[in-house]
Design a protein. Structure first.
Length: 120
């Protein structure tokens, strides 16, 4: 991994009560995937920056395919439902390999209210 990385700023929008997922590909300029063996990732949603909002509102599930350089991130419908509607929160995704911590992705995490309700 690189020693200095500027996080990509990407705002995300989810609908309250919906499942959410995305995948990140870590590859070089030729498209060859980085080997992510031994690298751990964490993704968290908070009301504000960690120093101002110590409580984690949602912890993203992380699925790593180390050889393919892929990191899958997801939140369950129960997690997004608990975030409430019309909320603008903050998130980031970071990694550590035991020697350095790198934040790769960060931004606002907006949650819009759901309209339709599933009738049982």
């Amino acid at each position: 991994m690189a020693a200095t990385v500027v996080p990509v700023m990407q705002n995300l929008l989810v609908t309250q009560g919906d499942s959410w997922s995305t995948s990140l590909l870590f590859a070089d300029s030729a498209g060859e995937p980085f080997d992510l063996s031994g690298v751990e990732f964490v993704g968290q949603v908070r009301a504000d920056f960690a120093d101002r909002a110590p409580d984690v509102l949602a912890e993203m599930s992380v699925d790593i395919d180390a050889e393919a350089g892929l990191v899958g991130l997801s939140l369950s419908s129960e997690q997004t439902a608990a975030l409430g509607g019309l909320s603008v929160l903050r998130y980031d995704v970071a990694s550590t390999d035991g020697t350095q911590r790198i934040t790769w992705l960060a931004g606002l995490f907006a949650v819009r209210q759901q309209v339709s309700r599933v009738v049982a």
